[in-house]
Design a protein around this ligand. Structure first.
Ligand code: NAP
Length: 335
């Protein structure tokens, strides 16, 4: 029952931007824990998400940074190989936080069973935490409908890309903002947005305004200051704003002071603003799955995947994500 595993851990504390040199790969013996309520799992894919950069520095939701050698934060989709809980059986597929490893024993109470008839990586992306975030922001907070015009940034990523496709699938228009021509092509050609403005171009604000037309009714923010200010300027009176993420500020050492200068238009537009914490919506995951799975099967909901091959690719993949170089959902294929 003992098994050998490989695991990526920190080689040293992460003091600022996590880079490949902060990580190392170690071999582990996995001995079965005592008692019931345990699952032996083989991870198929590891999910790398923007919050992990902050988590590694002890700057996320009050949780301490992992010490060098300790298990790293991050969810995987895994196959159950052995079950010490009658509610699970070998062959089940689960989403669980197992560390950056290819074999682990996890508590069954922390595992969420998922369907086996869709590609496993979908349970970390569109049907995973980032997809749930987009659903919560668009349908539960902004209450999007057929008359809406959405602007959303980091539109090539999972949260932004799913937010736009929800807007479109429910009858509205979606205009994305993303960094570079490759990401913008993905947003329009694969995700089906009405338009996407590349903020690396000098004329990106004018192009965004052209695409929005008379004004937006929802702005969904994933990045921060400069893009937030432009998104708010294009908002119509009584627009709704979902403040979901500030990816451009996560590595800053000082608080994001200039973000405050973006707040003026919220007042001028009489806008309703929603702060979004996806954890509040974890009990309602089944509602998102019920809406999203038929769209996935019908080809009306898709997200590109940025996959690193093998556990050794994990440090490079997290560094790419932290630099914004990822195109779509950042994953590591383990098995
Ligand atoms: N509120 C919540 O509960 C909640 C839950 C999940 C995620 N989030 C937030 O939602 C946002 C999107 O998440 P995601 O998983 O879909 O990630 P993602 O879009 O795959 O990756 C983040 C993207 O942010 C953009 N970005 C802009 N400035 C950046 C910078 N300085 N450094 C790194 N990236 C930068 C990049 O896209 P461009 O090149 O196109 O700018 C990058 O690809 C993040 O801010 C995340 O923290 C919030």
């Amino acid at each position: 029952m003992t098994g050998s595993a490989r695991e990526v851990v920190l080689a040293r504390p992460v003091l600022s931007f996590p880079t490949v040199a902060d990580f190392t790969v170690v071999d582990r013996r996995r001995t079965p824990p005592e008692g019931d309520g345990w699952l032996k799992v083989r991870p198929l894919y590891l999910s790398l998400d923007p919050y992990i950069g902050a988590r590694l520095r002890g700057r996320h939701m009050g949780e301490p940074a992992p010490a060098p050698g300790e298990a790293l934060p991050g969810f995987c989709v895994a196959e159950v190989e052995d079950s010490r809980d009658p509610a699970f059986a070998a062959g089940d597929r689960v989403v669980v936080e197992a560390g950056w490893t290819d074999l682990a024993w996890v508590q069954s109470g922390a595992a969420r069973r998922v369907s086996t008839d869709l590609a496993p990586s979908l349970h970390l992306g569109v049907l995973g935490m980032p997809g749930l975030t987009a659903w919560a922001g668009m349908t539960q907070l902004a209450k999007t409908g057929p008359d809406d015009v959405l602007t959303v940034n980091a539109a090539a990523g999972t949260v932004g890309g799913v937010a736009g496709q929800i807007a479109r699938n429910l009858g509205g228009r979606a205009v994305g903002i993303a960094g570079g021509p490759e990401k913008c092509a993905l947003v329009v050609d694969q995700y089906g947005f009405d338009a996407c403005s590349d903020y690396r171009r000098d004329d990106w604000e004018a192009r965004l305004a052209d695409a929005v037309g008379e004004g937006s009714t929802i702005h969904f923010e994933n990045v921060g200051t400069g893009q937030l200010a432009v998104g708010l300027r294009l908002l119509k009176l009584y627009g709704r704003v979902v403040l979901c993420g500030l990816a451009d500020h996560y590595h800053a050492d000082a608080a994001a002071g200039p973000a405050m200068t973006a707040i003026g238009p919220i007042i001028g537009k009489r806008a309703a603003v929603f702060g979004l914490v996806v954890y509040d919506f974890y009990p309602r995951w089944a509602e998102w799955t019920a809406l999203a799975e038929p769209w996935i099967r019908a080809g009306r909901l898709t997200i590109a995947e940025d996959i690193g091959d093998g556990l050794d690719a994990a440090p490079r993949q997290i560094e790419r994500l932290m630099r914004g170089e990822n195109i779509g959902k950042t994953l590591v294929k383990i098995a």
